[in-house]
Structure formats: C-alpha cells, structure tokens
Design a protein around this ligand. Structure first.
Ligand SMILES: [Zn+2]
Length: 466
C-alpha cells in the first residue's frame, strides 16, 4: 500500500530583545552560567512579572509577515509542569487566546502551509551534563520566544526544510531574531504521521522534540515515514509518543508517552494583564516593518541583477543589507553583485560565515570601488582581485586599489597590433569561431601592460582590428 506523509511543525524562535520577557535581565547568548538571573525569572515567591512590550511588537511583526490575524485581545496563561530547567514550576505562555491566529507560509511551488497560530511564551533554562554532575543554567529562563504552530500541511522532508528555512529568513529580515539553529535561537518540534494514500483519516502522530539542525529535521522525517509505514504495513499500531532523533544512528527513539494539553493544567496568569493591541499600535508596527526578502528580490531584478545573483544575495540578510547600502547612488549595481557573489563569497566559505558576514572591506570601500568601475578607472577583473587581496590580507582597500587603477598612458592600439601580428595562428582560430583564442590575446596585452590596462577596452580594440 502507498502511504502519505502528514507533518506539522511547532517552531520556537527566540526574540532578540535586550531584556527578558518579564524582567530586566539581559538576553545574550554565551554569557557565563546563571549570570543573567533575578528573583523574577527564577520565580521566587512574591515577585511580580512585567510584560516586555518589545517582545509583543516583534511577535506581531512575524504575525503580519505570515499573513496572520493579529488579535486585539489575548492573554497569558500558566502551563504547569515540573522539570529542573523550569524553576517556577510553570511556564508563562499563551493557550486559548494567542496573539496571532491563522496565516500561511507560501512555498516556491505555490503551496501554502497554513499557520494555526503564533503565541508568545518564555523559554526554559538549560540542563548541562558534565562528568561530575548535572548542572542547570537559568540564563535562558524567561527569554522571550514565539511559537509558530503550523497545520499538518507539510507532505515531504523537502517541504519541511523549505518551510523552516523560510521562517528563519523571515525572522532575520524582520530583525526579531538571529534564528541560528546552532545557537538554539530557532528550534523545532516535528509532528509526523502517515496515512494510506486513499484515506482521508489522519494516522496517530508522533512528536520529535527539540530538533536543532535542518538536515536532522529532514533525516528524522524521512526515517519516521519509513518506520511508520513499515509498522502499518506489518499490521502494528503506532503509539502516540514523544521521540528524539539520534544523530549518530540517524534513527528516532522513544522518549515518553505524549502528554495531552489537559495534563498541563493551563490557567490564566493572575499576575499579568491581558494583552490589548490597539489599531494605532498595529499601524505603527506596520509602518516600521523592514523590507522583506521577496520585495528586495524584485528590486534587485529591476536594477538589472541576474536572478541567480539576486537569489544568492537575499539568502542572507546581512549580505542584503550590506549590498543595499553599497548600491545606494551606485551606477554599477550588477558589478557590485558580482564582487559579492564572486570574491567575497569565496572568502566566506561556510554558510555560517556568509550569514554573519563579518568582513574587513566596508560598504564605504566598496562604494569607492564602484565609482572607479563606473568611471572606467579599473577593470572588473582587477576590482575583484583587489577585494580578494584585501579580504585575505587585511589590506586597506583604498590604498591597495592604487596598484590596480588603469593606466591610460599605454598606446593600446599599437600593442594590440603587435600582439596580433605576432600571433597569426590565434587570430585564425578566433576567425574560425574559437572564442577563447581572443581571450589569450587580451592576456598577452595585459601581460605587456603589467595588468594596468583595461581588459574590456583591449577586447574591443582587438575586435575592431580583427
Ligand atoms: Zn530576571
């Protein structure tokens, strides 16, 4: 029998507010354990939380980007459970009245993955296992999160990957989170079930907890699909349970039976007021929404950037921000794009490096280089060489570029004529349709001018002489 995969996701995104959701403790990844804690986020008796408005604004940004309805009235609730990483014995979250409802994420195929809702909640601490014992770091406890809950509309591991990458990109463009899987600022719980293709009835779902790598998410989904379809094929029941992905074996394994919502004893948080969003507040948030990747992509195409380059640039928000800054009042945006996708991307080898985009060549340097290109004072290939050299050696671009600025004092026509007369074979090859032959001739002229002439100019002289 053929089986369909049915998958929904719960995605947690840590919001990059300066302070925690209910207190003034600093939010910063990598600080020493328990450095950013106070009686409020630890949940000491008698303390009172105060809601961080910026977290609500950030959550609304995501809601607007994902086409959700922003509810003018929502409330916080206590989700009660005991675990050492939660010193309050309850997590302050939202349940039946979340901040945002409905909405969708559209995939490249046009398919829409519907969003059930987005709610705000606080993060829990972190349990750290050492050789001499188990420790708890409460720095993360109380950090604001949004949880984006999708409908079970995802039907392949590839769709799951695209969906999560889109959410990551939204979070980064909206400037609400670094959304780094490796730092845990975006994490996923994945619900997977299978059903016979000819049936409309959903199968029993299994939840895979705390996925923190996109490739593991894909692998875990693919594994669960096989495991569950094999079980059904063999007439075995699927248990409703929580599973974890074992990175070493590439398999999922059982953790515990799945809790139902009723077991969490949700009840309204008595220490916090309801969240009311006025029309005016919503309008203000809409006004400050940053430009999203789809909008920037269209803008780049209008500037004459190729689809391929535009796609590569919008993949990383820091690259896109840098590019936007350089091309403001720039006459050669396409040349700047090829410097970014060329030497800069070759220098930043990993995805993480490209995403962080921490380079020594400033936007000001690249603007300067762009002006030289548009004034024909440096060739494209030399401009790329300069950037490469500066990145690798930490050279100052404005100094280094002096060695590459085109020298107009050469009698290019004469040098070209000489080269042509000395290389009659290559000329013949070119005339017979071998395009590459002319490049070799340009190279010879470049060698004679020690790289200081403009290769584009040489090429056009060559062509007119032949
Ligand atoms: Zn605190």
């Amino acid at each position: 029998m053929k089986y369909d995969l049915v998958c929904g996701m719960e995605t947690h995104i840590e919001l990059s507010t300066l302070s925690k959701l209910f207190c003034k403790c600093r939010v910063n990844f990598g600080d020493s354990p328990n450095e950013n804690c106070c009686p409020i986020c630890i949940g000491a008796p008698g303390t009172l939380p105060i809601l961080n408005k910026q977290a609500v604004r950030y959550a609304i940004r995501m809601g607007l980007a994902l086409n959700c309805k922003i509810n003018s009235f929502s409330k916080m609730e206590r989700k009660c459970y005991f675990y050492p990483d939660l010193s309050k014995n309850f997590q302050t979250s939202q349940n039946d009245l979340p901040l945002c409802s409905g909405g969708f994420v559209q995939l490249e195929s046009g398919k829409k993955i519907r969003i059930n809702h987005i709610h705000i909640e606080e993060d829990a601490g972190k349990i750290k296992r050492h050789s001499d014992g188990i420790y708890v770091d409460y720095n993360r406890g109380g950090v604001p999160l949004i949880e984006i809950v999708s409908e079970p509309d995802i039907s392949s591991a590839d769709e799951a990957q695209e969906y999560i990458e889109k959410l990551q990109l939204f979070a980064r463009y909206l400037k609400i989170s670094s959304a780094r899987m490796q730092e845990g600022s975006i994490r996923c719980d994945v619900n997977v079930s299978v059903k016979p293709s000819n049936s409309n009835e959903l199968g029993t779902r299994v939840e895979i907890k705390n996925m923190n790598s996109i490739s593991f998410i894909s692998k875990a989904i693919a594994y669960e699909y096989e495991r569950q379809s094999d079980a059904l094929e063999g007439g075995l029941p699927i248990e409703q349970e929580t599973r974890r992905f074992n990175e070493a074996s590439g398999m999922t394994e059982s953790m515990r039976n799945k809790e139902n919502a009723s077991e969490y004893c949700y009840f309204p948080e008595p220490d916090l007021l309801s969240i009311c969003v006025t029309e005016k507040e919503l309008d203000d948030i809409k006004k400050e929404m940053p430009k999203l990747f789809s909008e920037r992509y269209d803008y780049y195409l209008n500037l004459g950037i190729s689809e391929k380059f535009a796609r590569l640039i919008i993949k990383y928000v820091n690259v896109s921000d840098y590019f936007d800054e350089v091309i403001r009042d720039c006459k050669v945006p396409d040349k700047i794009a090829s410097i970014i996708v060329g030497p800069i991307f070759s220098y930043l080898k990993t995805e993480v490096e490209k995403e962080k985009f921490d380079i020594s060549v400033s936007t000001d340097d690249l603007k300067y280089l762009g002006n030289l290109i548009s004034e024909d004072k440096i060739s494209n290939s030399n401009a790329q060489k300069v950037v490469s050299k500066c990145l690798e050696n930490g050279f100052d671009l404005k100094e280094e570029v002096k060695n590459f600025i085109s020298d107009d004092s050469f009698d290019l026509e004469k040098i070209c004529k000489d080269v042509l007369s000395q290389n009659t074979e290559a000329v013949k090859d070119y005339k017979n349709g071998k395009e590459k032959a002319i490049q070799a001739l340009v190279g010879k002229v470049m060698a004679q001018t020690k790289g200081r002439a403009n290769p584009e100019k040489i090429l056009s002289i060559m062509k007119s002489l032949i």
